[in-house]
Design a protein around this ligand. Sequence first.
Ligand code: PLP
Length: 387
Amino acid sequence: MLFSQRIAHLEPEGAYIVLAQAQAMEAQGKKVIHLEIGQPDFETYANISLAGIKAITDGKTGYNPAAGIPELREALAQDIGRRRRIPVSADQVVVAPGAKPLLFLPLLALLNAGDEVIYPDPGFPTYLAAIEVAGARPVPLPLDEESGFDLDLNALDDLLGPRTRMIVLNSPANPTGGVLSLETIERVAEIARERDLWVLSDEIYSRLAYNTEAPSIISQPGMQERTILVDGFSKTYAMTGWRLGYGIVPAPLAQKLSLLLVHSVGCTATFTQYAGLEAITGPQDQAEAVRQAFQKRRDRIVAGLNDIPGFRCHMPQGAFYAFPNVKALNKSVEDLAQYLLENAGVALLPGTSFGANGDGFLRLSYANSLDNIDQALGRIKEAVRKL
Ligand code: PLP
């Protein structure tokens, strides 16, 4: 079968490949601890689910405007405005079925063939996929392990060129858990203003930061007119399957994104949006309790990983991933991940699932119980000892 050049490079997400393998092992009766998938292990909070159910029984089941229902757009404008201390109006808000479409559609709206996009490597695999589908040239930017995976600003300077049109940021980050420092954000903002660049800032983990606030580039002077802020409900409110995300963009771009949405997905499920409205306007105590639970698990897993000979793990400042450096083991990380799945029954990902610069690292999601995390650490330690 012949396919277009546009999709020739697409590859499955590493997490789904390992999940399928782990499930096949489970089907044979083996016990596997899942530290591969980036999904909260909590159910959607009851007040949110009930709001979704009520919306369905109230008949909120038809089509709605492509950019989202007005109540949710208004509530999101106020929420982001308050959190990021900027004026945001509802016509700058675009609602979509998940954050993912908003990592794709703005690129289709803004980029032409040959434009260059600088994106973090290691980074979330959808950035590369979206850049290439949009016909642009991906330019991977290394992260600096020593600074907790902040951007390597010297490398950034070297990568900027006449064709650079966009920089992708992700803070707190998948897969590293890194949070960009204010200095880095100020520097990227300066570059973007000087060179007239767009910044796509993926802030899906913005409410999962520990002992720190993750600053947003949208709060920097002059940045609202060139920032695509992407956020969503999947992680903070344990709503991965509901499919609800949003972007905060300049109003003229919101209109174009609305056209792309109407011609691709039509709109986002109406009852899902009412559930989202409850999520952001209702009580936040469960989201906060979950954040604290993640922080406890983070402390446990990082301490445990640093106790394994050959592992060196930075303390992640956000999200729910640990990204230990295992270079001292002198093994390919793909082989190591496979070995740990087969011999320790622990599913995790090689850093290379997130780009070439992920070599030498593993990614473990700590969206799992403390019991399972303890067991996994014990099994990994034992299996590594036998290497
Ligand atoms: N951005 C990052 C960095 C992620 O890790 C994920 C999900 O894993 C997403 C975006 C996608 O989120 P959503 O479920 O809202 O599409």
